[in-house]
Design a protein around this ligand. Sequence first.
Ligand code: HEM
Length: 304
Amino acid sequence: MTPEDRSSAIPPSPAGLAPPAAAVSTAAPVVPPPSENRFYYRFTPGQRLLHATLFTTFLGLALTGLTLRFSEARWAQAFAHAVGGFGAILFFHKTMAVLLTVAFLVHLAIILRRALLKRELGLLWGPNSLVPQPKDFSDLLAHFRWFLGRGPRPRFDRFTYWEKFDYWAVFWGMAVIGISGYSMWFAPYVARIVPGSWLNVALLLHGEEALLAAWFIFSVHFFNTHLRPGSFPMDTVIFTGRLSERELAEKHPEEYARLRAAGKLEALRVAPSERWFIAVGKTIGFIAITIGFVLLVLTLFSFV
Ligand code: HEM
Protein backbone atom coordinates (compact mmCIF):
# COMPACT_ATOMS: atom_id res chain seq x y z
CA MET A 1 0.00 0.00 0.00
CA THR A 2 1.48 3.40 -0.91
CA PRO A 3 1.19 6.39 1.47
CA GLU A 4 -1.45 7.83 -0.91
CA ASP A 5 -3.50 4.60 -0.72
CA ARG A 6 -3.23 4.61 3.05
CA SER A 7 -4.37 8.22 3.45
CA SER A 8 -7.30 7.64 1.09
CA ALA A 9 -8.36 4.71 3.30
CA ILE A 10 -9.03 7.09 6.25
CA PRO A 11 -12.79 7.83 6.48
CA PRO A 12 -13.53 11.50 5.66
CA SER A 13 -14.38 13.62 8.75
CA PRO A 14 -17.38 15.99 8.77
CA ALA A 15 -16.39 19.52 7.78
CA GLY A 16 -14.87 21.54 10.66
CA LEU A 17 -14.48 18.54 12.98
CA ALA A 18 -11.23 16.84 13.96
CA PRO A 19 -10.84 13.40 12.33
CA PRO A 20 -11.82 10.39 14.49
CA ALA A 21 -9.07 9.28 16.89
CA ALA A 22 -8.80 5.86 15.19
CA ALA A 23 -8.23 7.55 11.84
CA VAL A 24 -5.46 9.74 13.26
CA SER A 25 -3.59 6.79 14.82
CA THR A 26 -3.69 4.66 11.63
CA ALA A 27 -2.49 7.45 9.32
CA ALA A 28 0.84 6.46 7.76
CA PRO A 29 3.81 8.63 8.70
CA VAL A 30 4.89 10.84 5.84
CA VAL A 31 7.88 9.12 4.18
CA PRO A 32 10.36 11.68 2.81
CA PRO A 33 11.55 10.95 -0.76
CA PRO A 34 15.07 9.43 -1.04
CA SER A 35 17.56 12.23 -0.59
CA GLU A 36 20.40 13.31 -2.87
CA ASN A 37 22.35 14.52 0.19
CA ARG A 38 22.26 11.47 2.46
CA PHE A 39 24.97 8.88 1.75
CA TYR A 40 25.27 5.18 2.51
CA TYR A 41 28.22 2.82 2.60
CA ARG A 42 28.49 0.25 -0.22
CA PHE A 43 32.13 -0.85 -0.62
CA THR A 44 34.82 -1.32 2.06
CA PRO A 45 38.31 0.21 1.59
CA GLY A 46 39.65 -3.33 0.91
CA GLN A 47 37.14 -3.90 -1.89
CA ARG A 48 37.96 -0.51 -3.42
CA LEU A 49 41.69 -1.25 -3.23
CA LEU A 50 41.12 -4.61 -4.92
CA HIS A 51 39.15 -2.94 -7.72
CA ALA A 52 41.83 -0.24 -8.11
CA THR A 53 44.53 -2.92 -8.42
CA LEU A 54 42.38 -4.94 -10.82
CA PHE A 55 41.63 -2.03 -13.10
CA THR A 56 45.14 -0.56 -13.21
CA THR A 57 46.81 -3.92 -13.85
CA PHE A 58 44.14 -4.94 -16.38
CA LEU A 59 44.54 -1.65 -18.28
CA GLY A 60 48.32 -2.08 -18.25
CA LEU A 61 48.07 -5.71 -19.36
CA ALA A 62 45.63 -4.86 -22.14
CA LEU A 63 47.76 -1.93 -23.32
CA THR A 64 51.01 -3.93 -23.38
CA GLY A 65 49.45 -7.25 -24.48
CA LEU A 66 47.51 -5.73 -27.37
CA THR A 67 50.65 -3.85 -28.44
CA LEU A 68 52.39 -7.25 -28.66
CA ARG A 69 49.49 -8.84 -30.48
CA PHE A 70 49.15 -6.03 -33.06
CA SER A 71 52.91 -5.51 -33.33
CA GLU A 72 52.58 -5.02 -37.12
CA ALA A 73 50.31 -1.98 -36.65
CA ARG A 74 51.84 1.49 -36.74
CA TRP A 75 50.23 2.58 -33.45
CA ALA A 76 51.73 -0.47 -31.69
CA GLN A 77 55.19 0.17 -33.11
CA ALA A 78 55.02 3.87 -32.18
CA PHE A 79 53.95 3.03 -28.62
CA ALA A 80 56.62 0.32 -28.21
CA HIS A 81 59.26 2.71 -29.57
CA ALA A 82 58.18 5.38 -27.05
CA VAL A 83 58.61 3.08 -24.02
CA GLY A 84 61.86 1.36 -25.01
CA GLY A 85 60.90 -1.36 -27.51
CA PHE A 86 58.93 -4.62 -27.50
CA GLY A 87 61.30 -6.12 -24.90
CA ALA A 88 60.27 -3.38 -22.45
CA ILE A 89 56.61 -3.95 -23.32
CA LEU A 90 56.96 -7.65 -22.43
CA PHE A 91 58.74 -6.74 -19.19
CA PHE A 92 55.87 -4.41 -18.14
CA HIS A 93 53.34 -7.07 -19.18
CA LYS A 94 54.94 -9.70 -16.96
CA THR A 95 55.30 -7.27 -14.02
CA MET A 96 51.61 -6.41 -14.11
CA ALA A 97 50.66 -10.06 -14.58
CA VAL A 98 52.40 -10.85 -11.27
CA LEU A 99 50.63 -7.95 -9.50
CA LEU A 100 47.25 -9.07 -10.85
CA THR A 101 47.90 -12.67 -9.83
CA VAL A 102 48.83 -11.61 -6.28
CA ALA A 103 45.65 -9.47 -6.00
CA PHE A 104 43.54 -12.35 -7.30
CA LEU A 105 45.07 -14.83 -4.82
CA VAL A 106 44.66 -12.42 -1.89
CA HIS A 107 40.99 -11.95 -2.86
CA LEU A 108 40.49 -15.73 -3.03
CA ALA A 109 42.12 -16.19 0.38
CA ILE A 110 39.90 -13.49 1.96
CA ILE A 111 36.72 -15.00 0.50
CA LEU A 112 37.64 -18.55 1.60
CA ARG A 113 38.57 -17.35 5.10
CA ARG A 114 35.28 -15.46 5.51
CA ALA A 115 33.15 -18.27 4.10
CA LEU A 116 34.85 -21.31 5.66
CA LEU A 117 36.53 -20.13 8.86
CA LYS A 118 34.26 -17.24 9.87
CA ARG A 119 31.21 -19.06 8.48
CA GLU A 120 29.76 -15.97 6.77
CA LEU A 121 27.37 -18.11 4.78
CA GLY A 122 25.58 -15.05 3.38
CA LEU A 123 28.61 -14.75 1.06
CA LEU A 124 27.65 -18.03 -0.59
CA TRP A 125 23.86 -17.70 -0.78
CA GLY A 126 21.23 -15.01 -0.25
CA PRO A 127 20.52 -11.41 -1.25
CA ASN A 128 24.04 -10.15 -0.41
CA SER A 129 25.82 -12.97 -2.23
CA LEU A 130 27.53 -12.67 -5.61
CA VAL A 131 26.51 -16.26 -6.36
CA PRO A 132 23.66 -16.18 -8.95
CA GLN A 133 20.24 -16.61 -7.32
CA PRO A 134 16.93 -17.68 -8.95
CA LYS A 135 15.88 -14.00 -8.78
CA ASP A 136 18.76 -13.06 -11.12
CA PHE A 137 17.29 -15.19 -13.91
CA SER A 138 13.80 -13.74 -13.46
CA ASP A 139 15.35 -10.22 -13.26
CA LEU A 140 17.17 -10.85 -16.56
CA LEU A 141 13.92 -11.86 -18.32
CA ALA A 142 11.97 -9.01 -16.72
CA HIS A 143 14.70 -6.55 -17.74
CA PHE A 144 14.44 -7.60 -21.39
CA ARG A 145 10.63 -7.30 -21.20
CA TRP A 146 11.16 -3.80 -19.79
CA PHE A 147 13.60 -2.92 -22.63
CA LEU A 148 10.77 -3.80 -25.05
CA GLY A 149 8.25 -1.73 -23.05
CA ARG A 150 6.29 -4.84 -22.07
CA GLY A 151 6.60 -4.82 -18.29
CA PRO A 152 7.80 -2.93 -15.21
CA ARG A 153 11.49 -2.48 -14.44
CA PRO A 154 12.74 -5.29 -12.17
CA ARG A 155 13.57 -4.33 -8.60
CA PHE A 156 17.27 -5.17 -8.25
CA ASP A 157 18.85 -6.24 -4.98
CA ARG A 158 22.39 -5.54 -3.71
CA PHE A 159 24.04 -6.91 -6.87
CA THR A 160 22.32 -6.92 -10.27
CA TYR A 161 22.64 -9.89 -12.63
CA TRP A 162 25.10 -8.03 -14.87
CA GLU A 163 27.29 -7.04 -11.90
CA LYS A 164 27.48 -10.73 -10.96
CA PHE A 165 28.32 -11.60 -14.57
CA ASP A 166 31.20 -9.08 -14.52
CA TYR A 167 32.49 -10.55 -11.26
CA TRP A 168 32.48 -14.18 -12.46
CA ALA A 169 33.91 -13.27 -15.88
CA VAL A 170 37.10 -12.26 -14.07
CA PHE A 171 37.28 -15.76 -12.52
CA TRP A 172 37.11 -17.76 -15.74
CA GLY A 173 39.10 -15.03 -17.52
CA MET A 174 41.88 -15.37 -14.95
CA ALA A 175 41.88 -19.15 -15.33
CA VAL A 176 42.16 -19.08 -19.15
CA ILE A 177 44.47 -16.09 -19.44
CA GLY A 178 46.57 -16.95 -16.36
CA ILE A 179 47.23 -20.61 -17.22
CA SER A 180 48.02 -19.81 -20.86
CA GLY A 181 50.15 -16.76 -19.91
CA TYR A 182 52.29 -18.60 -17.36
CA SER A 183 52.63 -21.55 -19.80
CA MET A 184 54.18 -19.21 -22.38
CA TRP A 185 56.33 -17.47 -19.79
CA PHE A 186 57.77 -20.74 -18.50
CA ALA A 187 57.61 -22.53 -21.86
CA PRO A 188 60.79 -24.70 -21.50
CA TYR A 189 59.53 -26.17 -18.21
CA VAL A 190 55.92 -26.59 -19.40
CA ALA A 191 57.11 -28.37 -22.57
CA ARG A 192 58.70 -31.04 -20.35
CA ILE A 193 55.29 -31.89 -18.91
CA VAL A 194 52.85 -31.39 -21.83
CA PRO A 195 53.31 -31.68 -25.63
CA GLY A 196 54.96 -28.61 -27.15
CA SER A 197 51.92 -28.04 -29.39
CA TRP A 198 50.08 -26.90 -26.20
CA LEU A 199 52.19 -23.73 -26.34
CA ASN A 200 50.67 -22.86 -29.73
CA VAL A 201 47.22 -23.42 -28.27
CA ALA A 202 48.17 -21.32 -25.23
CA LEU A 203 49.24 -18.39 -27.43
CA LEU A 204 45.98 -18.59 -29.40
CA LEU A 205 43.82 -18.88 -26.27
CA HIS A 206 45.67 -16.06 -24.52
CA GLY A 207 45.35 -13.63 -27.42
CA GLU A 208 41.66 -14.41 -28.13
CA GLU A 209 40.60 -14.31 -24.48
CA ALA A 210 42.52 -11.05 -24.03
CA LEU A 211 40.69 -9.48 -26.95
CA LEU A 212 37.32 -10.73 -25.70
CA ALA A 213 37.99 -9.45 -22.18
CA ALA A 214 39.31 -6.07 -23.35
CA TRP A 215 36.45 -5.46 -25.78
CA PHE A 216 33.89 -6.52 -23.16
CA ILE A 217 35.33 -4.31 -20.40
CA PHE A 218 35.90 -1.30 -22.67
CA SER A 219 32.39 -1.39 -24.13
CA VAL A 220 29.78 -3.26 -22.04
CA HIS A 221 31.29 -2.79 -18.56
CA PHE A 222 32.14 0.88 -19.14
CA PHE A 223 28.68 1.53 -20.57
CA ASN A 224 26.86 -0.26 -17.72
CA THR A 225 28.81 1.41 -14.96
CA HIS A 226 29.35 4.93 -16.26
CA LEU A 227 27.48 5.78 -19.41
CA ARG A 228 23.94 4.50 -18.86
CA PRO A 229 21.22 6.94 -17.75
CA GLY A 230 21.38 7.35 -13.96
CA SER A 231 25.18 6.96 -13.87
CA PHE A 232 26.30 9.28 -16.70
CA PRO A 233 28.91 10.80 -16.96
CA MET A 234 30.59 8.71 -14.23
CA ASP A 235 29.60 6.55 -11.29
CA THR A 236 32.06 7.28 -8.47
CA VAL A 237 30.81 4.61 -6.02
CA ILE A 238 33.81 2.32 -6.57
CA PHE A 239 36.18 5.21 -5.73
CA THR A 240 34.31 6.73 -2.78
CA GLY A 241 32.63 3.52 -1.51
CA ARG A 242 29.35 5.39 -0.97
CA LEU A 243 26.20 6.28 -2.87
CA SER A 244 23.37 8.71 -2.26
CA GLU A 245 20.04 7.55 -0.88
CA ARG A 246 18.45 8.39 -4.24
CA GLU A 247 20.93 6.17 -6.10
CA LEU A 248 20.46 3.34 -3.59
CA ALA A 249 16.66 3.55 -3.90
CA GLU A 250 16.77 3.73 -7.71
CA LYS A 251 19.52 1.23 -8.49
CA HIS A 252 18.98 -1.29 -5.68
CA PRO A 253 15.35 -0.80 -4.58
CA GLU A 254 15.03 -4.28 -3.08
CA GLU A 255 18.13 -3.82 -0.91
CA TYR A 256 16.96 -0.33 0.10
CA ALA A 257 13.52 -1.63 1.15
CA ARG A 258 15.05 -4.61 3.00
CA LEU A 259 17.51 -2.43 4.94
CA ARG A 260 14.77 0.04 5.87
CA ALA A 261 12.35 -2.67 6.96
CA ALA A 262 15.06 -4.30 9.13
CA GLY A 263 16.02 -0.90 10.62
CA LYS A 264 19.60 -1.38 9.35
CA LEU A 265 19.83 1.51 6.94
CA GLU A 266 20.96 4.20 9.36
CA ALA A 267 23.90 2.05 10.54
CA LEU A 268 25.29 2.37 6.98
CA ARG A 269 24.95 6.16 6.89
CA VAL A 270 28.22 8.01 6.16
CA ALA A 271 29.30 11.59 5.51
CA PRO A 272 29.61 12.67 1.87
CA SER A 273 33.06 12.32 0.33
CA GLU A 274 35.39 15.29 0.15
CA ARG A 275 35.08 17.17 -3.12
CA TRP A 276 38.79 16.79 -3.94
CA PHE A 277 38.48 13.03 -3.48
CA ILE A 278 35.56 12.82 -5.92
CA ALA A 279 37.54 14.99 -8.37
CA VAL A 280 40.55 12.61 -8.14
CA GLY A 281 38.24 9.58 -8.65
CA LYS A 282 36.61 11.20 -11.67
CA THR A 283 39.98 12.11 -13.20
CA ILE A 284 41.32 8.54 -12.81
CA GLY A 285 38.04 7.13 -14.15
CA PHE A 286 38.13 9.49 -17.11
CA ILE A 287 41.74 8.49 -17.95
CA ALA A 288 40.83 4.78 -17.71
CA ILE A 289 37.75 5.16 -19.92
CA THR A 290 39.76 7.15 -22.48
CA ILE A 291 42.59 4.58 -22.65
CA GLY A 292 40.04 1.76 -22.92
CA PHE A 293 38.07 3.51 -25.64
CA VAL A 294 41.20 4.36 -27.66
CA LEU A 295 42.37 0.72 -27.43
CA LEU A 296 38.93 -0.49 -28.47
CA VAL A 297 38.97 1.71 -31.58
CA LEU A 298 42.62 0.93 -32.47
CA THR A 299 42.18 -2.84 -32.17
CA LEU A 300 38.91 -2.79 -34.12
CA PHE A 301 40.56 -0.79 -36.91
CA SER A 302 43.59 -3.11 -36.92
CA PHE A 303 41.24 -5.90 -37.98
CA VAL A 304 39.86 -4.16 -41.04
C1 HEM B 1 48.31 -13.74 -15.17
C2 HEM B 1 48.14 -12.98 -16.19
C3 HEM B 1 48.98 -12.94 -17.45
C4 HEM B 1 50.18 -13.52 -17.77
C5 HEM B 1 51.03 -14.42 -16.89
C6 HEM B 1 50.51 -13.14 -19.11
C7 HEM B 1 51.66 -13.49 -19.80
C8 HEM B 1 51.92 -13.21 -21.12
C9 HEM B 1 53.12 -13.55 -21.84
C10 HEM B 1 54.31 -14.27 -21.25
C11 HEM B 1 53.00 -13.13 -23.12
C12 HEM B 1 54.03 -13.19 -24.23
C13 HEM B 1 53.84 -14.36 -25.11
C14 HEM B 1 54.97 -14.40 -26.12
O1 HEM B 1 56.11 -14.58 -25.67
O2 HEM B 1 54.67 -14.23 -27.30
C15 HEM B 1 51.70 -12.52 -23.23
C16 HEM B 1 51.16 -12.00 -24.39
C17 HEM B 1 49.93 -11.36 -24.48
N1 HEM B 1 49.11 -11.03 -23.41
FE1 HEM B 1 49.33 -11.68 -21.50
N2 HEM B 1 49.51 -12.33 -19.58
C18 HEM B 1 48.56 -12.19 -18.59
C19 HEM B 1 47.39 -11.44 -18.63
C20 HEM B 1 46.95 -10.76 -19.75
C21 HEM B 1 45.76 -9.94 -19.80
C22 HEM B 1 44.83 -9.66 -18.63
C23 HEM B 1 45.66 -9.48 -21.09
C24 HEM B 1 44.66 -8.53 -21.71
C25 HEM B 1 43.54 -8.15 -21.25
C26 HEM B 1 46.76 -10.03 -21.83
C27 HEM B 1 46.97 -9.84 -23.17
C28 HEM B 1 47.99 -10.39 -23.92
C29 HEM B 1 48.09 -10.32 -25.36
C30 HEM B 1 47.04 -9.70 -26.30
C31 HEM B 1 49.30 -10.93 -25.70
C32 HEM B 1 49.83 -11.11 -27.11
C33 HEM B 1 49.31 -12.44 -27.64
C34 HEM B 1 49.62 -12.64 -29.09
O3 HEM B 1 50.77 -12.32 -29.48
O4 HEM B 1 48.72 -13.09 -29.82
N3 HEM B 1 47.54 -10.79 -20.99
N4 HEM B 1 51.08 -12.57 -22.00
